[in-house]
Write a new protein. Structure first.
Length: 163
């Protein structure tokens, strides 16, 4: 009888746990950018579709002046022959986060390219995702009060993003 109960329990667990890729919606509010992006990259590698909402509220840790100075220095990198050939640097918060996640995926493998195609990053919350349940990562949340951090939206506004 105990074997039958064990089989029933294992069958019920198998039915309750969804198998295969899932659609995961992550609310980026008050999450540290690097930690959030590493979680998202891991989910993408596992085959899940991930949508990040409220990307302008994702936090960057460090002093405000240092973050802005480093990003402005990064924006000065251009092609030697002609700057119109790139590299092109993102100024919008959603494209900044996309590029952060891209850096955490495999570079020269097809798996990295297909994983990046499963990522969607949004400013705010789009209408089709408003009613859906969002996920947050506890170990990626900020630990100090918000004034110790800078949002990706604020950085974007400082370097040329106009809403």
């Amino acid at each position: 009888m105990s074997k039958q109960q064990a089989q029933v329990n294992s069958e019920s667990k198998a039915k309750s746990e969804p198998k295969g890729p899932q659609i995961i919606i992550v609310d980026g509010t008050n999450h540290i950018a690097g930690r959030l992006c590493s979680h998202v990259a891991k989910l993408l590698k596992d085959g899940n579709r991930v949508s990040i909402v409220n990307s302008e509220n994702i936090m960057l840790s460090g002093s405000r002046k240092m973050i802005i100075d480093e990003y402005r220095k990064y924006l000065e990198i251009s092609s030697i022959t002609n700057p119109k050939f790139g590299p092109f640097h993102p100024r919008r918060p959603d494209t900044m986060i996309t590029k952060m996640v891209r850096g955490m995926l495999p570079k020269n493998k097809p798996s990295g390219e297909t994983a990046l195609k499963r990522l969607r990053v949004y400013l705010g919350v789009p209408n089709e995702l408003r009613s859906k349940k969002t996920t947050q990562f506890d170990d990626a949340k900020i630990r100090k009060p918000a004034p110790y951090y800078m949002t990706v939206g604020d950085l974007g506004r400082m370097v040329g993003w106009h809403e």
